[in-house]
Design a protein around this ligand. Structure first.
Ligand code: SAH
Length: 207
């Protein structure tokens, strides 16, 4: 998976490649799709949600450009796979999920595998203020805009990576680096066309 799908397509961050080589993706997906866990595509994780294609996960993590020991907010815990990768890379991870059943499953899975990530339940479109400021915020669901509430929870120089665009189509993965001028001075850069499930919540889609 790492050599053919990720490194061959230009992901060069060694911490990302090393983490993706060791976190067992098959343990984050239902038994019915475990045989496809190292394939080149997204997979269902229950409750109508999906775990992203490995390349997209790697691209997102590289775009975050984390320092070891940095604090990260992972919005949309889902299976917990991305939270596990962040923990493996040495980040201090808070992961927020709006669906209680997914949060409980991910919390158990991460604990069984000994990944230190704090999984909380709530509307992550508004971030998770108790853990702010963060060095990085990563959002695994697509919203109509980058919520100001999220940018406000970054420390200066911190980076947010999230998909933005239409509810189902026309989405771009964007990165916002928090500037010294505050939320208004932090301009999004477009990185890649993508397709994610919707970010539902107060600063996301309403349904
Ligand atoms: N990062 C996940 C993929 C999750 S899919 C993984 O590695 O498995 C997107 C997730 O975002 C879903 O679990 C969905 O329930 C969640 N989500 C959608 N809107 C949300 C919100 N406002 N706050 C928190 N989680 C949300």
């Amino acid at each position: 998976m790492v050599d053919e799908q990720i490194a061959a397509r230009g992901i060069s961050d060694l911490r990302v490649l090393a983490a993706m080589a060791v976190v067992p993706r098959h343990l984050f997906v239902p038994a019915s799709v475990q045989a496809e866990a190292y394939g080149d595509g997204p997979l269902p994780i229950g409750a109508g949600q999906t775990i992203s294609q490995p390349y997209i996960v790697a691209f997102t993590l590289q775009a975050l450009d984390l320092r070891p020991g940095g604090s990260v907010l992972d919005v949309g815990t889902g299976s917990g796979y991305q939270a596990a990768l962040l923990a493996e890379m040495g980040a201090v991870v808070t992961s927020v999920e709006r669906r209680p059943s997914l949060a409980v499953g991910a919390r158990d899975r991460l604990a069984d595998l000994c990944y230190a990530a704090d999984v909380v339940e709530g509307d992550g479109s508004l971030g998770w203020p108790p853990g702010a400021p963060y060095d990085g915020i990563v959002v695994a669901a697509s919203g109509p805009v980058v919520p100001d509430e999220l940018v406000a929870q970054l420390g200066v120089g911190g980076r947010l990576v999230m998909p933005v665009g239409g509810r189902r189509h026309g989405q771009e993965l964007v990165r916002v680096t928090r500037s010294e001028e505050g939320v208004g001075g932090s301009v999004p850069e477009s990185l890649l066309p993508v397709s994610f499930v919707p970010l539902l919540g107060e600063a996301g889609w309403s349904r």
